[in-house]
Design a protein around this ligand. Structure first.
Ligand code: MG
Length: 255
């Protein structure tokens, strides 16, 4: 079921968006060569406690998950691209890290993700991250009343194709509200003008993620982390966006 939010409800979603943005900013600053993924998870957990927020991940246990997630952050490194379960791993020079974070503040959820390279960055990794960021920006630009979910997917797909990247359609964006995952599904490719119409009050997470080659993934033995089938690296950019009569409002915008 697709739920539309009133302007007052969208205002009440802003603190969650700001908090998630602040946590990702802190994580981007903290992530460095020599930092353990578990320390990044602890940093996010301490910010949750300080804020009085609620993690969307710690008890998350969907049908595809082996057990409740148990951490507050997804940390996906190099050939891992989504749902990375934080583990005892110390970041090395040149690692490509994607962090995905969702939390609830005052009963409203926000969800956002960002990728970065720690230490010395390979140009190919920066280009891959840039492609996801450009795809996200292109998708947000068409997140306007009168457009459709297909327009968003098409905008993402066009950036991917121009960058010579393939698109995996298994995992994409979703409605966001009082829970992390709602309708509609927001696929990372689509046909212009098709799919659910973008009405004022719709709040969605838009989340392009690409692999440097191919589009196949598999689940790590940890039961969560999704890795590329061919070992190529992945990147991920996500924002929670409200459709309003005045255009898109990026609730998780970072300063
Ligand atoms: Mg997310």
């Amino acid at each position: 079921m697709i739920e539309l939010r009133t302007p007052a409800e969208i205002e009440r979603m802003r603190p969650a968006g700001r908090f998630v943005a602040d946590v990702l900013t802190a994580l981007r600053e903290a992530a460095d060569v020599g930092v353990n993924l578990l320390d990044l998870d602890r940093l996010a957990a301490s910010m949750i406690a300080e804020q009085g927020a609620t993690s969307c991940y710690v008890d998350y246990h969907p049908s595809f998950g082996a057990s409740p997630f148990g951490k507050v952050l997804c940390t996906s490194v190099n050939d891992a691209v989504l749902h990375g379960l934080p583990h005892d791993y110390v970041l090395r020079d040149g690692d490509l890290l994607s962090v995905d974070f969702a939390a609830s503040v005052d009963g409203w959820v926000a969800d956002s993700a960002t990728s970065l390279v720690v230490g010395t960055a390979a140009p190919a990794d920066l280009a891959l991250i840039d492609a996801t960021e450009r795809a996200l920006a292109a998708a947000i630009a068409v997140a306007q009343p009168g457009r459709t979910v297909g327009d968003i997917g098409h905008a993402i797909g066009q950036v991917a194709r121009q960058a010579g990247l393939q698109i995996n359609m298994q995992f994409g964006g979703h409605g966001v509200g009082r829970t992390m995952h709602g309708d509609p599904h927001v696929a990372n490719d689509g046909t212009p003008g098709r799919g659910y119409p973008l009405r004022p009050g719709l709040v969605i997470a838009i989340e392009p993620w690409f692999l440097a080659s191919g589009d196949e993934i598999y689940t790590d033995a940890d039961g969560w982390t999704l890795r590329s089938a061919d070992g190529s690296r992945g990147a991920h950019s996500e924002h929670t966006v409200a459709i309003t009569p005045d255009g898109p409002v990026v609730l998780t915008a970072r300063d």
